[in-house]
Design a protein. Structure first.
Ligand SMILES: Nc1ncnc2c1ncn2[C@@H]1O[C@H](COP(=O)(O)OP(=O)(O)OP(=O)(O)O)[C@@H](O)[C@H]1O
Length: 307
């Protein structure tokens, strides 16, 4: 039967036209009567490998194994999307490359990450990795400019940022094979989306510059608080001062410093006005009657991180 099937050179979906499944003998026999049209369960492009495998099975003649389907003219590919491209069943990602190329002329890195995620979700590029490699530098510029993160840390940051956008569209970066094996994304995947968002907050140059501008008293407070943070000790500090004496200025410098070192700084306030003044602050509701019960408006998961 193998020989006959090979001589017919039919595709996987054409197979039932020529053969019937004999359930009692658990084998295929040559069809002697009746007609049948082979069908393969549909798969949407967003299903990734499954979609490409289906495409290949409707085209490749006489496939003998998954490996065989992924091999063309002696070239072995690692995955079905690549094989589909190699066999010429799909066009290249030129239009998506052109889109990102053009956008990179006037879009900020953060916006580029969002656009990249949108393309992944809605235009299903054949080779997301090739697109990522081509535009990784553009999307990394904000973090690279800080000059404090290693290349690998920057990559994680940008991938986290992209993952945040993907999750807001109901997807996850793990579906796109973008995370290099050298990077452990397990911790990141286990975190909540809100925490990832906290970690990817862009720090303003003004706030970073504020560190060098602190006056003597501010510097003193900055040093004491920073030391406590970086030695991983708990602490509570009360900053008092008349209006306009630079308390908020100090908070902004502290937040910028902590966030720029790839630590998470969760800024919480108890009033809406303060929330609008501090960068990326969250409104905190303190229930004093029941002692230390915290609730962060719209960010309940973050509440667990408040010590
Ligand atoms: N070290 C500094 N160098 C330059 N400008 C500073 C410095 N400290 C504070 N300022 C500026 O002084 C002004 C008042 O500071 P800030 O808003 O931090 O005060 P505040 O104590 O938080 O006031 P309030 O209690 O009224 O909210 C701001 O414009 C701030 O940018």
């Amino acid at each position: 039967m193998n020989k006959e099937a090979q001589n017919l050179k039919c595709t996987y979906s054409e197979f039932p036209q020529f053969f019937v499944w004999k359930a009692d003998k658990r084998m295929w026999k040559i069809r002697e009567q009746g007609d049948s049209i082979g069908r393969i369960v549909t798969a949407h492009p967003t299903e990734g490998e499954r979609y490409y495998l289906r495409l290949l099975l409707t085209k490749v003649r006489c496939p003998t194994s998954f490996f065989d389907v992924r091999t063309f003219n002696g070239v072995q590919t690692a995955a079905f999307p690549e094989a589909t491209l190699l066999r010429g069943y799909l066009q290249h990602d030129d239009s998506q490359q052109l889109c990102l190329q053009e956008a990179s002329l006037f879009h900020m890195p953060y916006e580029m990450s969002r656009l990249f995620a949108t393309l992944l979700v809605y235009l299903y590029p054949n080779d997301p990795m090739a697109l990522w490699l081509k535009f990784e530098d553009v999307m990394s510029e904000d973090y690279a400019r800080l000059n404090i993160l290693t290349a690998s840390q920057i990559r994680v940051k940008v991938l986290e940022q992209i993952n945040g956008f993907l999750e807001s569209m109901g997807k996850n970066i793990s579906s796109y094979n973008l995370v290099p094996p050298s990077i452990s994304f397990t911790d990141v995947e286990n975190e909540t989306r809100e925490l990832r968002a906290e970690r990817s907050i862009a720090i303003s140059a003004n706030d970073l510059n504020a560190i060098a501008m602190l006056n003597t008293k501010q510097k003193e407070a900055f040093k004491i608080i920073s030391e406590r943070v970086y030695t991983n000790k708990r602490g509570a500090f009360f900053i008092a001062g008349l209006g306009g004496t630079g308390k908020t200025f100090l908070y902004r410098a502290l937040l910028a410093n902590v966030r720029s070192k790839a630590f998470t700084a969760l800024a919480t306030t108890t009033s809406d006005i303060a929330t609008s003044i501090l960068p990326e602050a969250k409104r905190l509701i303190l229930d004093l009657r029941h002692q230390q019960i915290f609730h962060l408006v719209q960010h309940a998961k973050l509440a667990n991180k408040v010590h």
